[in-house]
Design a protein. Structure first.
Ligand code: ADP
Ligand code: MG
Length: 246
């Protein structure tokens, strides 16, 4: 069984074809990076497998189930720009939303749910901010809160869209360490990431796409000058970036 199995996935927005006949499979218990240039269809891929936008495909399964069946077992954190950070909500309540699938939408959270939410905030080092408004936090802190919400959901598959954008180096460390721990606990984590310089260090498997699938496999296989050129048009841009990071 695969954590994610997609065959022949196509998505169009009016005239724009965002994804064309994309196929990919991710085995369970891996930290997977989805890479590709701006506008390549990375967010579209995540939204399509979550069933949030219309798509055509021969197969889409998550944890061996249909998207609908898998919903409560999958946590999704949209990209920063898609979240309304001015929405007035307390940090603890934002995390409690992760408990709703267990709770039923209109039931009041109980003490045990608050305790679970607090322990999730502890795992991301944000327990002292439980009563703050989400809009008061830094980008890195906000991303950690959303990760705590995904933890509260106790999902087996996490889909994170650009979790390191607008995030300070300290928060990035906390987040990647936690993702590695979750992977070691057997969860599958799929991360959209546009910064190639860290891709080899962060991920077990990479999917490089640009409207179509360009390459999928281990970072050493995928991060070849030829495949990068296929996606980005310029392999040198990537090689320079890697040099800077090492
Ligand atoms: P990425 O996340 O890799 O930057 P996206 O999946 O957001 O790329 O977008 C893929 C393509 O689809 C881009 O050309 C983008 O402009 C287009 N697109 C994305 N969302 C919409 C939308 N809601 N309506 C029309 N076009 C869209
Ligand atoms: Mg995107």
């Amino acid at each position: 069984m695969y954590a994610v199995e997609v065959e022949g996935l196509s998505v169009s927005y009016f005239e724009t074809t965002a994804l064309e006949q994309l196929s990919a499979r991710f085995t369970m218990g891996q930290l997977v990076g989805i890479i590709g240039p701006n506008g390549a269809g990375k967010s579209t891929f995540i939204k399509a497998i979550m069933g949030l936008i219309p798509s055509e495909a021969t197969t889409i399964t998550l944890l061996g189930l249909s998207t609908k069946e898998a919903r409560t077992r999958v946590a999704y954190v949209p990209q920063r720009s898609a979240i309304d950070w001015d929405f007035p909500i307390r940090v603890l309540d934002a995390v409690l939303i992760g408990c709703y699938p267990k709770l039923g939408l209109f039931k009041r959270p109980r003490k045990q749910h608050r305790q679970l939410a607090m322990s999730c905030l502890e795992r991301v080092g944000m327990q002292d901010y439980a009563n703050r408004q989400i809009g008061e936090l830094s980008g890195g802190q906000q991303q950690r809160v959303f990760l705590a919400r995904a933890l509260a959901q106790e999902a087996e598959l996490l889909l994170l869209d650009e979790p390191f954008v607008g995030v300070d180096a300290g928060s990035e460390r906390v987040i990647i360490d936690l993702l590695r721990t979750l992977r070691d606990e057997g969860k599958t984590i799929v991360v959209v990431h546009h910064d190639l310089s860290k891709a080899a260090d962060y991920f077990d498997t990479l999917l490089l796409l640009n409207r179509r699938m360009i390459a999928v496999g281990s970072p050493t296989d995928v991060l070849q000058a030829k495949t990068i050129e296929g996606a980005y048009g310029n392999p040198l841009a990537f090689l320079q970036k890697v040099e800077v990071s090492s």
